[in-house]
Design a protein around this ligand. Structure first.
Ligand code: ATP
Ligand code: MG
Length: 279
C-alpha cells in the first residue's frame, strides 16, 4: 500500500525539505522502499538535492516539472472536447534519481519558480484536486510519496492535503515556529470537515534543529508537548552536515557526519514508519 505524506509547516526554514530528502534516502536504502518525492515548493529546494544543476535545466526544458499539472485541464481529467489530447501521467513528470540493489528507489518530480503562478489562479475543486488526480493511478508503483510543501498557505497546500494520507510537521522549537502550529492544525481540521472521504491524519510533530545549550528551546518544547500530545520521541539535532551535504547532493548518511547524527535520523525514520504501520 502506498502512503502519501505531506511535510508541512507554514513557518519557513524548519526542516521540511531536509526531512523529506533524508527520509527518502532512509526509506529507499535502509528499508528497500520505492519512494517518490514531489517537490511542491516554487523554491525548488528538494529538486536540487538529488539532481545536478545541468540535469535540472534539462528537465525544465523537457517540461518534466510539477507545474505541468496546472496546465490545460483536459490533460489531467481527460478530454472535455472530442480532440482527445494525450492525458498527462505521473511517468511524464517523474525521473529516477536513485536505485538501490535491493529494489529500493527514489523518483522525483521537480519544481520550478513558475509554480508560484498557480497561486494567482482562483481555487475551486478542479484546481485543488490536480495533485491527487495525477498520483491516483501510479500510487501502486510506490510505497511512499513524500510531498515537500512550501511554507505559505495556498492552493498548493490544498492540493497537498487532497492528495495525502498523512501530515508530518517539522518544528524548530522557537516561539515563532510554535505559533504556526494551531493555524496549520485548524486548516487540517477544516479540510477534514469538508472532505469526509479524503481525511488526512497528523502523523505528528517532530522537533528539528535542536541545540542542547539553548535553554529557551526546553520551555517552548514543553509548551508544545503539553498542548499537542502527538510529538515524535526522537528529536533531530543541529548538524552542519545536513546543509553541507545538500551542496554536494548528499544526504546525512552519505556525509562524514558522526555516526550518532545518522543514528538519530534513523531513530526518527523508524518512528515515522511505526506510526504509519500502527494506523
Ligand atoms: N537538523 C539540522 N541541522 C543543521 N541544519 C539544518 C537542520 N535542518 C535543517 N537545516 C538547515 O536549515 C535550513 C532550512 O532547512 P530546510 O530548507 O529543510 O527548511 P524548510 O522548512 O524546507 O524551509 P522552507 O520553508 O524555506 O522550504 C537549510 O539550510 C538546512 O540545511
Ligand atoms: Mg523547503
Amino acid at each position: 500500500m502506498c502512503n502519501v505524506v505531506s511535510i508541512i509547516n507554514m513557518k519557513g526554514g524548519v526542516g521540511k525539505t531536509t526531512l523529506t530528502i533524508n527520509l527518502a534516502y532512509y526509506l529507499a536504502y535502509l528499508e528497500n522502499q520505492k519512494v517518490l518525492i514531489i517537490d511542491f515548493d516554487p523554491q525548488s529546494n528538494s529538486s536540487s538535492a538529488y539532481i545536478t544543476y545541468n540535469r535540472y535545466e534539462e528537465l525544465l526544458d523537457e517540461r518534466k516539472v510539477i507545474s505541468e499539472i496546472f496546465t490545460d485541464i483536459d490533460r489531467i481529467i481527460g478530454p472535455v472536447s472530442s480532440r482527445n489530447p494525450k492525458l498527462l501521467t505521473l511517468s511524464d513528470l517523474s525521473v529516477n534519481v536513485r536505485s538501490t540493489k535491493d529494489k529500493g528507489k527514489i523518483d522525483i518530480v521537480v519544481s520550478e519558480l513558475e509554480l508560484s503562478k498557480v497561486l494567482e489562479r482562483s481555487g475551486g475543486a478542479a484546481i485543488e484536486e490536480r495533485l491527487a488526480k495525477i498520483l491516483e493511478e501510479k500510487k501502486k508503483a510506490y510505497d511512499y510519496v513524500l510531498i515537500d510543501c512550501s511554507p505559505t498557505y495556498s492552493v498548493l497546500t490544498n492540493n497537498a492535503l487532497m492528495a495525502s494520507d498523512y501530515i508530518l510537521i517539522p518544528v524548530k522549537p522557537d516561539p515563532f515556529s510554535a505559533r504556526g502550529i494551531p493555524m496549520l492544525l485548524k486548516k487540517i481540521e477544516q479540510h477534514n470537515r469538508l472532505h469526509n472521504d479524503k481525511k488526512v491524519e497528523v502523523l505528528g510533530i517532530v522537533f528539528n534543529l535542536i541545540k542542547d545549550d539553548l535553554k529557551y528551546m526546553d520551555s517552548v518544547k514543553a509548551q508544545i508537548m503539553a498542548t499537542y500530545p502527538n510529538v515524535f520521541q526522537t528529536e533531530i539535532s543541529v548538524c552542519e552536515h545536513y546543509s553541507k551535504g545538500l551542496m554536494e547532493n548528499k544526504t546525512i548518511y552519505e556525509t562524514s557526519a558522526q555516526y550518532w547524527f545518522k543514528d538519530e535520523f534513523t531513530a526518527f525514520a523508524k518512528e515515522f514508519i511505526e506510526k504509519i504501520e500502527k494506523r
